[in-house]
Design a protein around this ligand. Structure first.
Ligand code: SF4
Ligand code: SF4
Length: 450
Protein backbone atom coordinates (compact mmCIF):
# COMPACT_ATOMS: atom_id res chain seq x y z
CA UNK A 1 0.00 0.00 0.00
CA UNK A 2 1.31 3.46 -0.88
CA UNK A 3 1.92 5.77 2.09
CA UNK A 4 0.79 9.37 1.91
CA UNK A 5 4.01 11.36 1.65
CA UNK A 6 3.80 15.03 2.53
CA UNK A 7 7.04 16.17 0.92
CA UNK A 8 7.75 13.40 -1.53
CA UNK A 9 5.30 11.74 -3.86
CA UNK A 10 5.03 7.96 -4.09
CA UNK A 11 7.25 7.60 -7.16
CA UNK A 12 10.64 6.56 -5.77
CA UNK A 13 11.00 8.79 -2.73
CA UNK A 14 14.42 8.45 -1.05
CA UNK A 15 14.44 4.95 0.42
CA UNK A 16 13.82 4.63 4.17
CA UNK A 17 16.06 1.54 4.26
CA UNK A 18 18.98 3.37 2.65
CA UNK A 19 18.48 6.34 4.98
CA UNK A 20 18.56 3.97 7.97
CA UNK A 21 22.05 2.81 6.93
CA UNK A 22 23.44 6.17 8.07
CA UNK A 23 24.70 5.89 11.65
CA UNK A 24 25.47 9.63 11.90
CA UNK A 25 29.18 9.02 12.51
CA UNK A 26 30.26 12.08 10.50
CA UNK A 27 33.21 10.38 8.75
CA UNK A 28 31.90 11.81 5.47
CA UNK A 29 32.07 15.42 6.63
CA UNK A 30 35.76 16.24 5.96
CA UNK A 31 35.57 15.34 2.25
CA UNK A 32 32.21 16.98 1.57
CA UNK A 33 33.00 20.17 -0.38
CA UNK A 34 29.97 22.12 0.80
CA UNK A 35 30.65 21.23 4.42
CA UNK A 36 34.28 22.23 3.86
CA UNK A 37 33.10 25.62 2.56
CA UNK A 38 30.43 26.51 5.09
CA UNK A 39 30.67 24.09 8.03
CA UNK A 40 26.87 23.78 8.05
CA UNK A 41 25.45 20.45 9.15
CA UNK A 42 22.55 20.69 6.69
CA UNK A 43 25.05 21.14 3.87
CA UNK A 44 26.83 17.90 4.76
CA UNK A 45 25.92 14.37 3.61
CA UNK A 46 24.70 13.50 7.11
CA UNK A 47 22.57 16.64 7.28
CA UNK A 48 21.08 16.07 3.85
CA UNK A 49 20.20 12.49 4.73
CA UNK A 50 18.53 13.79 7.89
CA UNK A 51 16.54 16.27 5.79
CA UNK A 52 15.37 13.40 3.58
CA UNK A 53 14.23 11.57 6.70
CA UNK A 54 12.35 14.65 7.90
CA UNK A 55 10.68 14.80 4.51
CA UNK A 56 9.62 11.17 4.68
CA UNK A 57 8.30 11.63 8.23
CA UNK A 58 6.26 14.66 7.23
CA UNK A 59 8.29 16.94 9.49
CA UNK A 60 9.55 19.22 6.70
CA UNK A 61 8.13 21.17 3.80
CA UNK A 62 9.56 21.24 0.33
CA UNK A 63 10.16 24.97 0.39
CA UNK A 64 13.04 27.04 -0.98
CA UNK A 65 15.22 26.52 2.11
CA UNK A 66 14.68 22.77 2.15
CA UNK A 67 15.44 22.49 -1.57
CA UNK A 68 18.50 24.76 -1.38
CA UNK A 69 20.41 22.21 0.72
CA UNK A 70 19.95 19.61 -2.04
CA UNK A 71 20.64 22.12 -4.81
CA UNK A 72 23.94 22.97 -3.14
CA UNK A 73 25.04 19.32 -3.13
CA UNK A 74 27.49 18.81 -5.99
CA UNK A 75 26.64 15.14 -6.37
CA UNK A 76 30.40 14.59 -6.23
CA UNK A 77 29.98 11.33 -4.30
CA UNK A 78 32.97 11.95 -2.05
CA UNK A 79 30.63 10.80 0.73
CA UNK A 80 30.32 7.41 -0.99
CA UNK A 81 34.00 6.67 -0.64
CA UNK A 82 34.40 8.12 2.84
CA UNK A 83 31.38 6.40 4.42
CA UNK A 84 32.38 3.30 6.42
CA UNK A 85 28.75 2.13 6.60
CA UNK A 86 28.29 1.94 2.84
CA UNK A 87 25.45 4.46 2.71
CA UNK A 88 24.26 4.69 -0.89
CA UNK A 89 24.03 8.45 -1.02
CA UNK A 90 24.08 8.36 -4.83
CA UNK A 91 20.70 6.63 -4.92
CA UNK A 92 19.32 8.86 -2.18
CA UNK A 93 20.25 12.14 -3.83
CA UNK A 94 19.16 10.92 -7.25
CA UNK A 95 15.70 10.07 -5.87
CA UNK A 96 15.50 13.36 -3.98
CA UNK A 97 16.56 15.44 -6.97
CA UNK A 98 13.88 13.84 -9.16
CA UNK A 99 11.27 14.65 -6.50
CA UNK A 100 12.47 18.25 -6.29
CA UNK A 101 12.34 18.68 -10.05
CA UNK A 102 8.80 17.28 -10.17
CA UNK A 103 7.35 18.94 -7.14
CA UNK A 104 9.14 22.15 -6.30
CA UNK A 105 8.08 25.29 -8.19
CA UNK A 106 11.30 27.13 -8.92
CA UNK A 107 11.40 30.87 -9.58
CA UNK A 108 10.70 31.95 -13.14
CA UNK A 109 14.32 33.01 -13.73
CA UNK A 110 15.66 29.70 -12.36
CA UNK A 111 13.20 27.72 -14.47
CA UNK A 112 14.16 29.55 -17.65
CA UNK A 113 17.87 29.27 -17.00
CA UNK A 114 17.65 25.53 -16.43
CA UNK A 115 15.35 25.14 -19.43
CA UNK A 116 17.87 26.96 -21.60
CA UNK A 117 20.74 24.73 -20.41
CA UNK A 118 18.82 21.55 -21.09
CA UNK A 119 17.50 22.80 -24.42
CA UNK A 120 21.13 23.22 -25.49
CA UNK A 121 23.65 20.90 -23.83
CA UNK A 122 22.28 17.46 -24.70
CA UNK A 123 21.82 18.42 -28.38
CA UNK A 124 25.01 18.37 -30.48
CA UNK A 125 23.28 19.98 -33.50
CA UNK A 126 22.10 22.93 -31.42
CA UNK A 127 25.52 23.17 -29.80
CA UNK A 128 27.08 23.36 -33.26
CA UNK A 129 24.75 26.23 -34.15
CA UNK A 130 25.69 27.99 -30.92
CA UNK A 131 29.37 27.36 -31.64
CA UNK A 132 29.37 29.71 -34.67
CA UNK A 133 28.70 32.97 -32.76
CA UNK A 134 30.96 31.75 -29.95
CA UNK A 135 33.78 31.15 -32.42
CA UNK A 136 33.30 34.66 -33.76
CA UNK A 137 33.13 36.08 -30.23
CA UNK A 138 36.45 34.46 -29.34
CA UNK A 139 38.30 34.90 -32.63
CA UNK A 140 37.22 38.50 -33.30
CA UNK A 141 38.87 39.64 -30.10
CA UNK A 142 35.53 40.67 -28.60
CA UNK A 143 35.99 38.22 -25.73
CA UNK A 144 39.44 39.61 -25.03
CA UNK A 145 38.07 43.16 -25.11
CA UNK A 146 35.10 42.44 -22.86
CA UNK A 147 37.23 40.57 -20.36
CA UNK A 148 39.71 43.39 -20.21
CA UNK A 149 36.99 46.05 -19.94
CA UNK A 150 35.43 44.31 -16.93
CA UNK A 151 32.00 44.88 -18.49
CA UNK A 152 31.34 41.19 -17.94
CA UNK A 153 31.26 41.96 -14.22
CA UNK A 154 27.90 43.66 -14.81
CA UNK A 155 26.30 40.39 -15.91
CA UNK A 156 24.30 38.25 -13.45
CA UNK A 157 26.50 35.64 -11.73
CA UNK A 158 25.20 32.71 -13.75
CA UNK A 159 25.84 34.37 -17.12
CA UNK A 160 29.24 35.50 -15.92
CA UNK A 161 30.05 31.93 -14.99
CA UNK A 162 28.89 30.72 -18.40
CA UNK A 163 31.18 33.16 -20.11
CA UNK A 164 34.19 32.31 -17.97
CA UNK A 165 33.67 28.59 -18.59
CA UNK A 166 33.25 28.81 -22.36
CA UNK A 167 35.37 26.16 -24.04
CA UNK A 168 37.81 27.40 -26.66
CA UNK A 169 35.81 27.02 -29.89
CA UNK A 170 37.77 25.82 -32.90
CA UNK A 171 36.78 24.91 -36.44
CA UNK A 172 36.69 21.30 -35.16
CA UNK A 173 33.20 22.09 -33.85
CA UNK A 174 31.89 22.31 -37.41
CA UNK A 175 33.52 19.20 -38.84
CA UNK A 176 31.41 16.15 -39.69
CA UNK A 177 31.16 13.39 -37.06
CA UNK A 178 33.99 10.88 -36.64
CA UNK A 179 33.88 7.87 -39.00
CA UNK A 180 31.73 4.97 -37.87
CA UNK A 181 34.71 2.63 -37.74
CA UNK A 182 38.35 3.38 -37.03
CA UNK A 183 40.18 0.14 -37.84
CA UNK A 184 42.71 -1.47 -35.53
CA UNK A 185 46.36 -1.17 -36.46
CA UNK A 186 48.31 -4.41 -36.69
CA UNK A 187 46.93 -7.61 -35.23
CA UNK A 188 43.42 -7.04 -33.91
CA UNK A 189 42.90 -7.41 -30.16
CA UNK A 190 39.21 -6.57 -29.96
CA UNK A 191 36.34 -4.34 -31.04
CA UNK A 192 35.19 -1.50 -28.82
CA UNK A 193 32.37 1.00 -29.04
CA UNK A 194 33.11 4.66 -28.28
CA UNK A 195 30.69 7.13 -26.77
CA UNK A 196 31.37 10.53 -28.30
CA UNK A 197 28.81 12.35 -26.14
CA UNK A 198 27.03 15.67 -26.59
CA UNK A 199 29.15 18.59 -25.36
CA UNK A 200 32.25 16.43 -25.83
CA UNK A 201 31.46 15.70 -29.48
CA UNK A 202 31.32 19.41 -30.34
CA UNK A 203 33.79 21.13 -28.04
CA UNK A 204 36.18 18.27 -27.19
CA UNK A 205 36.36 16.55 -30.54
CA UNK A 206 40.15 16.45 -30.20
CA UNK A 207 39.72 14.23 -27.11
CA UNK A 208 37.42 11.84 -28.98
CA UNK A 209 39.86 11.73 -31.89
CA UNK A 210 42.77 11.05 -29.53
CA UNK A 211 40.76 8.26 -27.86
CA UNK A 212 39.99 6.60 -31.19
CA UNK A 213 43.63 6.90 -32.34
CA UNK A 214 44.99 5.43 -29.12
CA UNK A 215 42.56 2.50 -29.14
CA UNK A 216 43.28 1.79 -32.80
CA UNK A 217 47.04 1.96 -32.17
CA UNK A 218 46.60 -0.50 -29.33
CA UNK A 219 44.91 -2.97 -31.67
CA UNK A 220 41.20 -2.31 -31.23
CA UNK A 221 38.62 -1.62 -33.90
CA UNK A 222 36.76 1.46 -32.71
CA UNK A 223 33.06 1.51 -33.55
CA UNK A 224 31.38 4.92 -33.28
CA UNK A 225 27.65 4.35 -33.94
CA UNK A 226 26.10 7.24 -35.85
CA UNK A 227 22.79 7.49 -33.97
CA UNK A 228 24.33 8.12 -30.54
CA UNK A 229 24.12 11.40 -28.67
CA UNK A 230 23.77 12.47 -25.06
CA UNK A 231 23.86 9.56 -22.59
CA UNK A 232 21.53 11.38 -20.18
CA UNK A 233 24.11 11.95 -17.42
CA UNK A 234 23.37 15.67 -17.12
CA UNK A 235 19.67 14.87 -16.74
CA UNK A 236 20.22 12.14 -14.15
CA UNK A 237 22.33 14.45 -12.04
CA UNK A 238 19.75 17.24 -12.31
CA UNK A 239 16.75 15.04 -11.48
CA UNK A 240 15.17 15.22 -14.95
CA UNK A 241 14.11 11.64 -14.86
CA UNK A 242 11.93 11.27 -17.96
CA UNK A 243 14.51 12.87 -20.25
CA UNK A 244 17.28 10.78 -18.68
CA UNK A 245 15.30 7.59 -19.25
CA UNK A 246 14.66 8.43 -22.90
CA UNK A 247 18.34 9.18 -23.57
CA UNK A 248 19.48 6.04 -21.73
CA UNK A 249 17.12 3.90 -23.83
CA UNK A 250 18.39 5.45 -27.05
CA UNK A 251 22.01 4.92 -26.02
CA UNK A 252 21.33 1.26 -25.24
CA UNK A 253 19.47 0.75 -28.54
CA UNK A 254 22.25 2.31 -30.60
CA UNK A 255 25.14 0.43 -29.00
CA UNK A 256 23.24 -2.87 -28.78
CA UNK A 257 22.59 -2.71 -32.51
CA UNK A 258 26.34 -2.46 -33.09
CA UNK A 259 26.87 -5.76 -31.21
CA UNK A 260 29.74 -4.69 -28.94
CA UNK A 261 31.23 -6.32 -25.87
CA UNK A 262 32.71 -3.14 -24.46
CA UNK A 263 31.69 0.50 -24.65
CA UNK A 264 34.50 2.95 -23.93
CA UNK A 265 33.76 6.30 -22.31
CA UNK A 266 36.21 9.18 -21.92
CA UNK A 267 34.07 11.52 -19.79
CA UNK A 268 33.81 10.58 -16.12
CA UNK A 269 30.29 11.94 -15.63
CA UNK A 270 28.93 9.98 -18.60
CA UNK A 271 30.65 6.77 -17.50
CA UNK A 272 29.27 6.92 -13.99
CA UNK A 273 25.71 7.36 -15.28
CA UNK A 274 25.99 4.65 -17.91
CA UNK A 275 27.30 2.18 -15.34
CA UNK A 276 24.10 2.91 -13.38
CA UNK A 277 21.65 2.37 -16.27
CA UNK A 278 20.45 -0.85 -14.60
CA UNK A 279 19.20 1.16 -11.63
CA UNK A 280 17.84 3.98 -13.74
CA UNK A 281 15.76 1.67 -15.94
CA UNK A 282 14.77 -0.79 -13.20
CA UNK A 283 11.02 -0.14 -13.66
CA UNK A 284 11.04 -0.64 -17.41
CA UNK A 285 10.14 -4.26 -18.26
CA UNK A 286 11.52 -3.91 -21.78
CA UNK A 287 14.84 -2.38 -20.77
CA UNK A 288 15.61 -3.43 -17.17
CA UNK A 289 17.68 -6.51 -18.03
CA UNK A 290 19.16 -4.99 -21.15
CA UNK A 291 20.22 -1.94 -19.15
CA UNK A 292 22.00 -4.12 -16.58
CA UNK A 293 23.80 -6.03 -19.31
CA UNK A 294 24.73 -2.80 -21.09
CA UNK A 295 26.01 -1.16 -17.90
CA UNK A 296 28.35 -4.11 -17.32
CA UNK A 297 29.99 -3.41 -20.71
CA UNK A 298 30.79 0.24 -19.95
CA UNK A 299 34.39 1.08 -19.15
CA UNK A 300 36.36 4.25 -18.70
CA UNK A 301 39.20 4.64 -21.21
CA UNK A 302 41.71 4.31 -18.36
CA UNK A 303 40.24 0.94 -17.32
CA UNK A 304 40.59 -0.35 -20.88
CA UNK A 305 44.16 0.88 -21.33
CA UNK A 306 45.34 -0.20 -17.88
CA UNK A 307 43.68 -3.60 -18.34
CA UNK A 308 45.99 -4.70 -21.18
CA UNK A 309 49.73 -4.46 -21.71
CA UNK A 310 50.58 -1.45 -23.91
CA UNK A 311 51.42 -2.56 -27.45
CA UNK A 312 52.43 0.64 -29.21
CA UNK A 313 55.79 2.04 -28.19
CA UNK A 314 55.54 5.11 -25.97
CA UNK A 315 57.81 8.06 -26.66
CA UNK A 316 58.91 10.65 -24.16
CA UNK A 317 56.62 13.47 -23.12
CA UNK A 318 58.88 15.53 -20.87
CA UNK A 319 56.36 17.36 -18.71
CA UNK A 320 55.50 17.73 -15.04
CA UNK A 321 51.72 17.32 -14.74
CA UNK A 322 49.29 17.38 -11.83
CA UNK A 323 46.68 14.66 -12.11
CA UNK A 324 43.23 15.81 -11.04
CA UNK A 325 40.83 13.02 -10.06
CA UNK A 326 37.38 13.71 -11.53
CA UNK A 327 34.82 12.97 -8.80
CA UNK A 328 32.69 10.80 -11.05
CA UNK A 329 35.74 8.69 -11.75
CA UNK A 330 37.36 8.45 -8.31
CA UNK A 331 34.24 8.37 -6.14
CA UNK A 332 31.33 7.24 -8.32
CA UNK A 333 33.25 4.68 -10.41
CA UNK A 334 36.07 4.00 -7.93
CA UNK A 335 38.59 4.35 -10.74
CA UNK A 336 41.67 5.92 -9.21
CA UNK A 337 44.67 3.71 -9.88
CA UNK A 338 44.06 3.05 -13.57
CA UNK A 339 44.64 6.61 -14.91
CA UNK A 340 47.86 6.80 -12.90
CA UNK A 341 48.94 3.40 -14.25
CA UNK A 342 48.27 4.59 -17.80
CA UNK A 343 50.21 7.83 -17.29
CA UNK A 344 53.08 5.81 -15.78
CA UNK A 345 53.61 4.14 -19.19
CA UNK A 346 54.70 7.48 -20.68
CA UNK A 347 58.46 8.05 -20.44
CA UNK A 348 59.56 11.45 -19.28
CA UNK A 349 56.19 12.32 -17.79
CA UNK A 350 56.28 13.29 -14.13
CA UNK A 351 52.91 12.99 -12.41
CA UNK A 352 52.38 14.87 -9.17
CA UNK A 353 49.47 14.58 -6.76
CA UNK A 354 47.25 17.50 -5.81
CA UNK A 355 46.62 18.07 -2.10
CA UNK A 356 42.99 17.56 -1.02
CA UNK A 357 42.43 15.35 -4.07
CA UNK A 358 39.18 13.90 -2.69
CA UNK A 359 37.45 17.29 -2.78
CA UNK A 360 35.56 18.39 -5.88
CA UNK A 361 36.81 21.24 -8.10
CA UNK A 362 33.28 22.67 -8.30
CA UNK A 363 32.47 21.61 -11.85
CA UNK A 364 29.91 18.84 -11.21
CA UNK A 365 27.83 18.80 -14.40
CA UNK A 366 25.85 22.04 -14.54
CA UNK A 367 26.66 22.91 -10.90
CA UNK A 368 29.18 25.62 -11.84
CA UNK A 369 26.47 27.31 -13.90
CA UNK A 370 23.54 27.06 -11.48
CA UNK A 371 25.56 27.56 -8.26
CA UNK A 372 28.34 29.79 -9.56
CA UNK A 373 29.47 31.28 -6.24
CA UNK A 374 30.09 27.97 -4.48
CA UNK A 375 31.63 26.53 -7.64
CA UNK A 376 34.00 29.47 -7.96
CA UNK A 377 35.13 29.13 -4.34
CA UNK A 378 35.83 25.45 -4.87
CA UNK A 379 37.60 26.14 -8.15
CA UNK A 380 39.82 28.76 -6.53
CA UNK A 381 40.59 26.39 -3.66
CA UNK A 382 41.58 23.66 -6.12
CA UNK A 383 43.66 26.08 -8.21
CA UNK A 384 45.53 27.12 -5.06
CA UNK A 385 46.38 23.48 -4.33
CA UNK A 386 47.43 22.84 -7.93
CA UNK A 387 49.78 25.79 -7.89
CA UNK A 388 51.62 24.39 -4.85
CA UNK A 389 52.66 21.36 -6.93
CA UNK A 390 54.80 23.26 -9.41
CA UNK A 391 53.05 21.42 -12.27
CA UNK A 392 53.43 22.69 -15.83
CA UNK A 393 50.05 21.32 -16.91
CA UNK A 394 46.90 19.68 -15.52
CA UNK A 395 45.58 16.29 -16.55
CA UNK A 396 42.11 14.95 -15.88
CA UNK A 397 39.46 12.69 -17.42
CA UNK A 398 36.38 14.84 -17.53
CA UNK A 399 35.68 17.77 -19.87
CA UNK A 400 33.77 19.70 -17.18
CA UNK A 401 36.73 19.51 -14.79
CA UNK A 402 39.11 20.69 -17.52
CA UNK A 403 37.00 23.81 -18.17
CA UNK A 404 36.51 24.49 -14.47
CA UNK A 405 40.23 24.19 -13.70
CA UNK A 406 41.18 26.27 -16.70
CA UNK A 407 38.85 29.07 -15.58
CA UNK A 408 40.07 28.89 -11.96
CA UNK A 409 43.74 28.96 -12.96
CA UNK A 410 43.06 31.89 -15.30
CA UNK A 411 41.44 33.76 -12.38
CA UNK A 412 44.55 32.96 -10.35
CA UNK A 413 46.69 34.51 -13.09
CA UNK A 414 48.34 31.18 -13.96
CA UNK A 415 46.45 29.69 -16.95
CA UNK A 416 48.25 26.36 -17.21
CA UNK A 417 47.44 24.05 -20.13
CA UNK A 418 44.81 21.40 -19.35
CA UNK A 419 44.77 17.99 -21.03
CA UNK A 420 42.64 14.92 -21.03
CA UNK A 421 44.63 11.87 -19.94
CA UNK A 422 44.19 10.24 -23.33
CA UNK A 423 45.74 13.24 -25.11
CA UNK A 424 49.00 12.54 -23.32
CA UNK A 425 48.91 8.88 -24.34
CA UNK A 426 48.13 9.92 -27.90
CA UNK A 427 51.04 12.37 -27.93
CA UNK A 428 53.34 9.70 -26.54
CA UNK A 429 52.33 7.06 -29.09
CA UNK A 430 52.28 9.47 -32.03
CA UNK A 431 55.56 11.15 -31.07
CA UNK A 432 53.90 14.56 -31.43
CA UNK A 433 53.55 17.72 -29.42
CA UNK A 434 50.53 18.37 -27.27
CA UNK A 435 47.99 20.79 -28.59
CA UNK A 436 45.15 22.32 -26.72
CA UNK A 437 42.99 24.90 -28.42
CA UNK A 438 43.02 28.14 -26.49
CA UNK A 439 41.28 31.42 -27.22
CA UNK A 440 43.43 34.37 -28.23
CA UNK A 441 42.46 35.95 -24.90
CA UNK A 442 45.23 33.90 -23.32
CA UNK A 443 47.70 34.73 -26.00
CA UNK A 444 48.04 31.14 -27.17
CA UNK A 445 46.84 30.47 -30.69
CA UNK A 446 45.08 27.32 -31.82
CA UNK A 447 47.28 24.29 -31.70
CA UNK A 448 49.87 25.81 -29.40
CA UNK A 449 52.43 23.24 -28.45
CA UNK A 450 53.49 22.49 -24.92
S1 SF4 B 1 27.72 14.32 -2.99
FE1 SF4 B 1 29.46 15.65 -2.49
S2 SF4 B 1 28.52 17.65 -1.99
FE2 SF4 B 1 26.88 16.12 -1.95
S3 SF4 B 1 26.76 15.48 0.19
FE3 SF4 B 1 28.14 14.01 -0.83
S4 SF4 B 1 30.19 14.84 -0.51
FE4 SF4 B 1 28.73 16.51 -0.06
S1 SF4 C 1 29.92 8.55 6.99
FE1 SF4 C 1 28.11 7.41 6.29
S2 SF4 C 1 27.14 6.67 8.15
FE2 SF4 C 1 28.57 8.26 8.77
S3 SF4 C 1 27.34 10.16 8.79
FE3 SF4 C 1 28.26 10.04 6.77
S4 SF4 C 1 26.72 8.99 5.52
FE4 SF4 C 1 26.16 8.62 7.65
Amino acid sequence: MTRALPVFDAHHPPSEELIADCVHCGFCLPTCPTYALWGEEMDSPRGRIYLMKLGLDGRAEMNDTYVSHFDKCLGCMACLTSCPSGVQYDKLIEATRAQVERRHPRSLADRWFRRMLFALFPHPRRLRLAAAPLWLYQRSGLQWLLRRSRLLGLLPARLRAMESLLPPVTLDAFRPPLPEVVPAQGEKRGRFGLLTGCVQSVFFRHVNEATARVLAAEGYDVVIPAGQGCCGALMVHAGREEEALALARRTIDVFEAAGLDTVVINAAGCGSSMKEYGHLLRDDPEYANRAKAFAAKCKDISEVLAGAAPRSPRHAVPLRVAYHDACHLQHAQRVKLQPRAVLATIPGLEVVEIPEAAICCGSAGIYNLVEPDAAEELGDRKAGHILTTGAEAIVSSNPGCLLQLRAALTRAGRPLPVYHMVELVDASIGRKGLSTPSPPEEGRGEGASA
